[in-house]
Every structure is written in structure tokens, then in C-alpha cells.
Write a protein of this length. Structure first.
Length: 196
């Protein structure tokens, strides 16, 4: 009987030691990358959302492409918040900066229904290659509530993510979202220029 108890206690001690040696998870968040240099203050109101993302990256872990048909779930490198809401927030913050307005909300906030413009984003590819690059491919639509005019476009871009591990990877995604936000802002300015 003593041998069994010793074996059980030894196994438990080994399991606890393995758990203690596991590294703590690291959490990452996307950040706005556009500046308001040259932006004039406007009264433009914009609602960002809904944002959709591919199911394979819609998870807490950062998903890294390791081959043409293979990915790795980075168990200890995770998003601090759900990725689709993280993307919507960053696009909204970028738009607020570049458009020079505080009236940018993330759908479905109550102010979203009254916004002059609605921006929907369907992310087709949100790929990460550690130490190499990130790919952002998105279909997006800007709709004017007043005129009923809608413009749909597609943005496909690659950003370098050399060095910096997961921090560099997340920074590259933030830069790609900044470029996407810039294209959306240009379309909103085009709509504004057509106003009577």
C-alpha cells in the first residue's frame, strides 16, 4: 500500500513541477498607427462595424502560419481582447485621428445609428508569419446615411514583421490596419466632397 501512495504522491509532485515551469501567457493588443498631422477638425460622424474575421483566427491565441497548409496556435501569446473588436476599435481610433473628429463609434453603440457614415469590414485574410510578414486582405464598405451612396472596395497588403517576435508581429498588423484606415478615410473625404 505504501508503494502506491508514494507513486501517487510522486506523480502529483511531478505534475505540479511541470505546471510551475510553464511560462506565463503574454497578452497583446493592436494599436492605432495614424497621426492627425495636417488633419482639420470636422463634424463628420462615423460608425465602424460590424467587423468580421476568418474563423481560424477568431480565438484568443495568436495564430501563426508555419506552412502553406499549417498553422500554430501560440498558446502563451494571446490577444488581450477578442480580435474582431480589437480591429474595430483600432480602425475607429485611426479614423477619429485622421478625420479630425471625436464622433467615431464602434457598432453597435447607441450613437452608431445616428452616424453620417457606416463602415463595414469583412477581413478575408489576417495572416501572421513570425519573423517574416503579416497579410491583411479585407473587403470594406462605406455607406452614407443621408445620400444612400455606398462604396465597396478591397484592400490587400503585406507588412514586414521581421524581428521582435510576437511584439513585431502585432506592430505589423497595427501598421496594416493603419493603411486600411487611411484608405477608408480617403473614401469618406470623397463622399464629403460630393455634398451639396
Amino acid at each position: 500500500m505504501k508503494k502506491i501512495e508514494i507513486l501517487i504522491l510522486g506523480t502529483l509532485a511531478l505534475l505540479l513541477a511541470n505546471c510551475a515551469s510553464t511560462r506565463a501567457p503574454q497578452f497583446y493588443t493592436l494599436s492605432p498607427s495614424l497621426t492627425g498631422v495636417g488633419a482639420t477638425s470636422t463634424n463628420v460622424s462615423v460608425s465602424v462595424g460590424p467587423v468580421s474575421i476568418p474563423a481560424d483566427v477568431d480565438r484568443p491565441q495568436i495564430v501563426v502560419r508555419t506552412g502553406p497548409n499549417q498553422v500554430l496556435l501560440a498558446e502563451f501569446d494571446r490577444w488581450a481582447s477578442p480580435l474582431k473588436s480589437n480591429i474595430a476599435r483600432v480602425i475607429a481610433e485611426n479614423l477619429a485621428t485622421v478625420l479630425g473628429t471625436a464622433q467615431v463609434s464602434v457598432f453597435p453603440q447607441s450613437s452608431a445609428a445616428e452616424s453620417a457614415y457606416r463602415v463595414g469590414v469583412d477581413v478575408i485574410r489576417f495572416e501572421s508569419e513570425l519573423g517574416k510578414r503579416v497579410v491583411l486582405d479585407a473587403l470594406w464598405t462605406v455607406s452614407s446615411r443621408k445620400s444612400g451612396r455606398t462604396e465597396s472596395r478591397r484592400t490587400n497588403m503585406t507588412e514586414s514583421a521581421e524581428g521582435g517576435g510576437y511584439t513585431g508581429l502585432v506592430a505589423a498588423h497595427s501598421r496594416a490596419l493603419g493603411r486600411l484606415s487611411g484608405e477608408i478615410a480617403e473614401t469618406i473625404w470623397e463622399f464629403e466632397a460630393l455634398k451639396p
